[in-house]
Ligand binder design. Structure first.
Ligand code: NDP
Length: 340
């Protein structure tokens, strides 16, 4: 049983794709932001014809400066065979309805590629029959994609197919994963996944362990500075400003979650492992509750492209966070250290 499970997992890993599938095609990168710029540059370096679709703003100018032909979004889609939709997820449905959908309704063989599962998984975008709908979702920020490209290294992506009109959709996803420098290189891997699975994984991280870390750090800061007279500078350096946490994260990625523990002192290992056991039950309850909210779609009642209230709440919470004691002391410390 265990072995079967492992075999299944292994067969979902893909290490290469056929770039030949993208030759003689025009790829429109829609949105020249974090992902758009990085993916466009790497695709072009890999010999693919790339054009950019963007609104007329400084991103447009940047794309021109980088040597791309830039069009408004509709014109780029009209000129392309493949569109990579690299807009913020909450913006994409509106742009899609206005500038993309009317142009691809009768375009059999057109390929629409997403970098996240969100809009297809929750039905905010419903592409027409006849087009391939695929996902190539990097597990890497845009800057990291360019950095690895310079070093000749790959990175992980999740790939998936929501609509396979050509019968070749998964092969196109692999080809795009190779074109954007994720696979076909050391360190690169594509995991065959789905739009629903990608949305669950992504939103669940953002709803559970990552905010738990923020809450734990804020509580730590408040307790040591308010109850024990610790200097805010020492607390912030201990928490994240020293860069030790970033190094631990790097070691986790490179040598493994548990192996990196061995690089720490015995005291540290003892405290990590005993305390993690204590926290597990409560953490699991939270993860299960949030996973159900995401899987059932309830999450979109709090945050979705149609909800103006979500944005209002976000702006308010950001203002409060920026005025918090920790943010205030962080600003002073970072100025003293010459980081600001
Ligand atoms: P960005 O926030 O960097 O923006 C992308 C582009 O969208 C910019 O060119 C931006 O131009 C444009 N844009 C914003 N608003 C509008 C609008 N109203 N009309 C038309 N264009 C607009 O996005 P990301 O690169 O972060 O995200 C793109 C996709 O990649 C998303 O699906 C995301 O989930 C996915 N992704 C992102 C990762 C990341 O590291 N950021 C990692 C993996 C996947 P301007 O701002 O000038 O308006």
């Amino acid at each position: 049983m265990r072995e079967d499970h492992r075999d299944q997992q292994t067969s979902r890993l893909v290490f290469d794709g056929d770039l030949g599938l993208l030759r003689d095609r025009t790829v429109a990168v829609i949105g020249y932001g974090n992902q758009g710029r990085a993916q466009a540059i790497v695709l072009r370096d890999n010999g693919i014809r790339v054009i950019v679709g963007n609104i007329r703003d400084h991103y447009w100018d940047r794309a021109v400066k980088d040597g791309f032909e830039v069009y408004n979004i509709g014109d780029a889609v009209r000129r392309a065979d493949i569109a990579l939709l690299l807009l913020p997820d909450e913006i994409a449905p509106g742009v899609y309805r206005e500038s993309i959908e009317p142009l691809i309704n009768n375009r059999r063989g057109f390929i629409l590629c997403f970098a996240s599962g969100y809009n297809i998984a929750y039905g905010f975008i419903k592409p027409p029959q006849g087009v391939d709908v695929i996902m190539v979702a990097p597990r890497m920020i845009g800057w990291g994609i360019l950095e690895r490209h310079r070093q000749g290294r790959g990175y992980p992506v999740l790939i998936g197919v929501a609509q396979d009109s050509s019968g070749m959709a998964l092969e196109y996803a692999k080809a795009i994963a190779k074109g954007i420098g994720a696979i076909g290189l050391p360190g690169g891997v594509a995991v065959i996944s789905s739009f629903e699975e990608e949305a669950l994984l992504d939103l669940l991280s953002e709803s559970t362990w990552s905010p738990m870390l923020i809450a734990a750090m804020e509580a730590y800061f408040d307790v040591v500075t308010e109850n024990f007279g610790v200097s805010p500078e020492a607390a912030i350096l201990e928490l994240y400003a020293s860069g030790e946490l970033a190094e631990i994260g790097r070691a986790m990625a490179e040598i493994g979650f548990y192996e990196q523990l061995k690089l720490q002192s015995r005291t540290s290992q003892f405290l990590h492992l005993t305390r993690a056991r204590n926290f597990y039950k409560i953490a699991r309850r939270i993860v299960e509750r949030e996973a159900l909210k995401i899987w059932s779609g309830k999450i979109t009642r709090e945050w979705s492209p149609d909800l103006a209230s979500g944005r209002v709440i976000l702006e308010r919470l950001l203002r409060i966070a920026m005025r918090s004691r920790m943010a205030e002391y962080e600003d002073r410390l970072y100025r003293a250290l010459g980081r600001r």
